[in-house]
Design a protein around this ligand. Sequence first.
Ligand code: TTP
Length: 394
Amino acid sequence: MQTVVLAAGEGTRMRPLTDRRPKPTLPVADRTLVEHVVDGAVDAGANRVVVVVGYAADAVRDALGDRDVAFAVQERQRGTADAVRAARDELDDAPFAVLNGDVLYDRDSLSRLYDAGPAVGAYRVDDPENYGVLELEDDRVRGVIEKPANPTSNLVNAGAYVFPAVARDWLDVAESDRGEYELTDVLTRACETGEVRAVPVDRWLDVGRPWELLAANEWKLGDLERRIAGDVHPDADLRGAVVVEDGATVDAGVVIEGPALVRSGASVGPNAYVRGATLIGAGAKVGHAVEIKNSVLMAGATVGHLSYVGDSVLGRDVNFGAGTTVANLRHDDGDVIVRVKGDPTSTGRRKFGVVCGDDAKTGIDTALNAGVVLGTEARTTPGETVTRDRGRSP
Ligand code: TTP
């Protein structure tokens, strides 16, 4: 099945992590987000993949450098139907699948979708009023209603489609109320044929906001099998599904509880504790008496001495001064709130720490409150307690 992967977006809700790179190139376990999508499509039965690029196109091309994919360019991000239209000339006269470049699915569900003929992935949620709800008659989809006040089902559009060949001629849709050309309008037209099936999706993750990047890493780190190729001191204790890549070092007194991935060029220890779905990126450093729990440290990030980092995402080359500690739990036990594009937004997580853009640096003994976002190149002073987001330092 020929498959179009949409990867032209910028990822503004993922800022500051996308200040310097597009969302599809963010790290998820052992590869980038868009590599997972492309590999998942191929595993499910895609025999040709066309990736639509636009914002920071070269970064997406580089991320997919060794994959056998074609590229199409969407000059301006004017909507998902417009993005597929950009790929139209790359498509043969045959059915085609469309996947978002920032959504993860389980393999079996995607295979079922590919085998189902005209189809849309259907994911069961508790709050359908926040999604595009599928109107169903048996397993046939009659239409999609965006964010209805009174949903008729709790199966929502998971953003994975198989369209009939003729849908290539349906991509010139009218502009929607929010000023975009929407693929759901193409789906609506396909539904009018009465042939579109709803295919249940067992596992689905839309990676739009920083805590969803953490969830994506939890998922994909959990799929890794233990492999120790790096330089591990005999007095280190690696428990469970731990991967230490060739060129990484783990020093004496370190305990790592899997799933965890220590990428090439990274160093851990001596005397550090790493646990619970943690990615230590290429060249990152975790030093003496540091505990890292359920976190993503991107390439070159350093947490050198006497620190705690929990449920957090640290961008490239972030540097935490000695004694920096992260709070990841509220005293009232409520879900941690993070500002997304200025709006306080629930992470839906009782435990969430902080998000740091590339090159952020903390002074020694900085305390970072749960949900704080430090911008790219932000700074804190020694001994500071940070309870509000902080942008780039002047
Ligand atoms: P969105 O999540 O709506 O956009 P985005 O990824 O840029 O993120 P944000 O809202 O945080 O800025 O897009 C859904 C998918 O479709 C995503 O994979 C990007 C892709 N897309 C395009 O390729 N072209 C487009 O014009 C649009 C709107 C989205």
